[in-house]
Every structure is written in structure tokens, then in C-alpha cells.
Design a protein around this ligand. Structure first.
Ligand code: SAH
Length: 395
């Protein structure tokens, strides 16, 4: 067995079971070590800390698979982790009647770099790290044994693979290739997902709990759904009784699927408008045209990829929140989100508070919003909590 020896005093995060070893924390390696190999991480004194996947090209040069010295990293390990992840979601899936949900949420399910989403009869995976890539075939075999599906497809075309020295790729890993669009259900809501061309694995499953919050807030409302993508919030709003929904997005393909999602749910397309536009410009257009709405959703893409981008991202969030708050009728609702992990909930709240102040409106937090329950966060991996939002009432 090869070893990675961490520098003195750089064992603290590992002793707290945080699964990442940064290259700057490594003193030296010992033994024959190939990229992707399983390696034991030890202190300078030789005390065992954890066992993980070695990825020398990445700034995170080891991702810990296990903190149990007796646990071997072989097929049964992956079987146990996937089985536990599936068991963990069984009750949720039944209670909420989900045929689309996240089955494995990477580090938070003890499988760094491995994302597995289920859509109907298909599993769509992302293998984002070298360790995940090396064990891909084993993971696919365990998935086939645990849950027979029509096909297992890989969307490992995320840019984060570049940091690991891995090519971006998509492929059919088992069974049939998924059709161009797959239908799945979230309780009473039905959606089409394009797992071939959609973002990530195709759908924002992480917003499920927040879609449900449309109930009780969207009744008879005129809704503006910004960064609508394939219209998840728009469908939920109409189902919750909205009078009119305007979906705004830059992507024509996403809006086409949103249109199809309206029809799939037997909703009236006459109540929906699709606007292919830049939200930053469209909000200003509505401001200048004195348009008003009862409910606005702001669910932008990640604005901050690195710490250096946080202040620019903050200005972006403030800009759209300020414009949206001004467009709301008295007593209207703002659903505002940030999926940038680097924007902490406290900072996000402060940005929205600054926007409210500049807008000259009184704003209350009705509810704090988070990623859905199948996107759980391991306590030893706080980075796993990336999606935060506020449901605000605007006076
Ligand atoms: N709310 C969506 C997910 C949003 S993902 C859902 O619940 O499914 C972010 C979306 O923002 C993407 O669809 C992307 O096309 C769109 N987008 C990114 N920048 C944009 C901009 N400046 N104006 C409009 N849409 C934008």
C-alpha cells in the first residue's frame, strides 16, 4: 500500500472527517503511486487518517473514500455505499411520489465525485474525479445489481473534469441509450428531461422542495420566472393556481422544453409566455415599461466559481434582486436563490437586504429555502450545501 504523508498540523480537517486533502497539505508520498490509486493518508508520525483516491493533477490530491481503517476499497464498499444511499431516499421517494430524484450525492453520500440521478427507468451519472472514474465500471455493476433499469448513461462532460486531467465525455454505460427526452414525475407534476443536452444530468432536481412552495403563494398570481430553464417553477406556479406565467431564459432549447412541460401537465399554454432574453436586460425593460408582478423567481446560474469572483457575483445578485423587488406589487412574493457555494447564506441575505433598502421597500423573510432532501449534506462536508434561497414578502 502506498502512503500520502500530510505536513505537521495539517491533519486537523481529516481528524474531523472532512474528505479532501489539498496538495498544499501533503509533505510527501511513499511507495508506487499511480493516479487514481487507493492510498492511505497518514500523519508525519505514521498515524492513519483515512483512505482515498489519489489525483495528483488536482488541487484536491486525495479524496477520502473511508475513515475506517478496516474498510477495503473494493466492489463491496461501493455496493454498501450505493445501497445506503438508496435506502436513505426510499421513504422520500414513496411519500412524494418521485420518479426523478438524486440517488447518490457525491461526498455527502460517502462517494466523492459520484453523482447519480434517476429519471424514470434511466440512471444518469457524473463521474467528476479521477477516483470516481477509476471505479466507474464497478459502480455501474453495483447499480445494475441493486436496481435494474432500462439504461445507465454517463454525463461526465462537466468542466470540473478538466481539473482532474480527465476528458469530458458522455456514453451509454449499460442497457439502452436514453431517448431524446424522458418523462418523470414529482407528485402531481410531470416533466420532460433532456439528459443528452440539458444542464448537468438534465434537470434541477435540487429545486423540488422550493417548487412545492409555490403552493399557497402563487394563487391567481402574475408570475415572472427568471432563469426559467425548462420551466420547473413555471409549471409548479400554474399548478398552484397562478393566473399567468412569464418564463425568461437565454436558452431557446430550454424554453422549448418548458413549453412541452406545460402541455405535459395539461396546463393552458395561453396562460404562459416564453421570453428568450437576458434577464438583466428584461428586468430593466419591465422596469421602464412599468410592468408589475405578484410573484418573481430569481434562480440564476452560479455567479461565483472562485473566491476572486465573490464580489462581482455579489453585485450581480444585488442588481437582479433590486430590479425584481421594484417590480413586485405590494404584498408580492420574491423567491430568490444562489447556487454559488462560495456565497454563504449570511452574505446572500445581506445582499438581498441591501437590494431591499435601495429599492425603498419593506421586505420580510417568510421562509429560508434550501436544496431538496435528496441533495443531503454530510455534516463533515459543509461544502455540500450550495443552494440557498429566501422566500420574501415585499411591501
Ligand atoms: N430555475 C431553473 C434552473 C435555472 S438554471 C429550474 O428550476 O429548472 C440557470 C438558467 O439561467 C439556465 O437555463 C441558463 O440558460 C439561464 N441563464 C443564464 N444566464 C442568463 C441570463 N443572463 N439571462 C437569462 N437566462 C440566463
Amino acid at each position: 500500500m502506498a502512503f500520502v504523508i500530510v505536513k505537521p498540523k495539517r491533519d486537523k480537517s481529516l481528524l474531523r472527517c472532512h474528505p479532501w486533502v489539498f496538495s498544499g497539505a501533503v509533505a510527501k508520498t511513499r511507495g508506487q503511486l499511480q493516479p487514481g490509486d487507493t492510498v492511505d493518508v497518514v500523519t508525519p508520525q505514521g498515524n492513519w487518517l483515512g483512505r482515498g483516491a489519489y489525483s495528483p493533477r488536482s488541487q484536491i490530491c486525495v479524496r477520502i473514500w473511508t475513515f475506517d481503517e478496516d474498510e477495503a476499497i473494493e466492489a463491496p464498499f461501493f455496493h454498501r455505499r450505493i445501497e445506503r444511499a438508496a435506502a436513505n431516499r426510499r421513504e422520500l421517494v414513496e411519500r412524494q411520489q418521485l420518479t426523478g430524484y438524486r440517488l447518490v450525492n457525491a461526498e455527502s453520500d460517502g462517494l466523492p465525485g459520484v453523482i447519480i440521478d434517476r429519471y424514470g427507468d434511466y440512471l444518469v451519472c457524473q463521474f467528476l474525479t479521477l477516483g470516481a472514474e477509476v471505479w466507474k465500471d464497478t459502480i455501474v455493476q453495483q447499480l445494475q445489481a441493486l436496481m435494474p433499469v432500462a439504461g445507465i448513461y454517463e454525463r461526465s462532460d462537466s468542466p470540473v473534469r478538466d481539473k482532474e486531467g480527465l476528458p469530458r465525455q458522455t456514453s451509454v454505460l449499460a442497457g439502452n441509450a436514453p431517448p431524446a427526452t424522458i418523462e418523470f414525475h414529482e407528485g402531481a407534476l410531470r416533466f420532460w428531461v433532456d439528459v443528452h443536452n440539458g444542464h448537468k444530468t438534465g434537470f434541477y432536481l435540487d429545486q423540488r422542495d422550493n417548487r412545492r412552495q409555490m403552493n399557497g403563494h402563487a394563487d391567481a398570481a402574475e408570475v415572472l420566472n427568471c432563469f426559467a430553464y425548462t420551466g420547473g417553477f413555471g409549471v409548479a406556479a400554474l399548478k398552484a393556481g397562478a393566473r399567468r406565467v412569464t418564463n425568461v431564459d437565454l436558452s431557446a432549447a430550454a424554453l422549448d422544453l418548458s413549453q412541452r412541460n406545460i402541455l405535459l401537465n395539461d396546463l393552458n399554454p395561453d396562460q404562459v409566455e416564453h421570453v428568450e432574453a437576458d434577464v438583466f436586460k428584461q428586468l430593466r425593460y419591465y422596469r421602464d415599461a412599468a410592468r408589475r408582478f405578484d410573484l418573481i423567481v430569481l434562480d440564476p446560474p452560479k455567479f461565483a466559481d472562485s473566491r476572486a469572483q465573490v464580489s462581482r457575483a455579489s453585485r450581480g445578485y444585488k442588481d437582479i434582486n433590486l430590479l425584481a423587488i421594484k417590480l413586485l406589487r405590494e404584498g408580492g412574493y420574491l423567491f430568490t436563490f444562489s447556487c454559488s457555494g462560495l456565497i454563504e447564506p449570511e452574505l446572500f441575505q445581506k445582499i438581498v437586504a441591501d437590494a431591499a433598502l435601495d429599492a425603498g421597500r419593506e421586505v420580510q423573510i417568510v421562509r429560508r429555502l434550501n436544496q431538496a432532501a435528496d441533495h443531503l449534506t454530510a455534516l463533515n462536508f459543509p461544502e455540500g450545501h450550495y443552494l440557498k434561497g429566501l422566500l420574501c414578502r415585499v411591501w
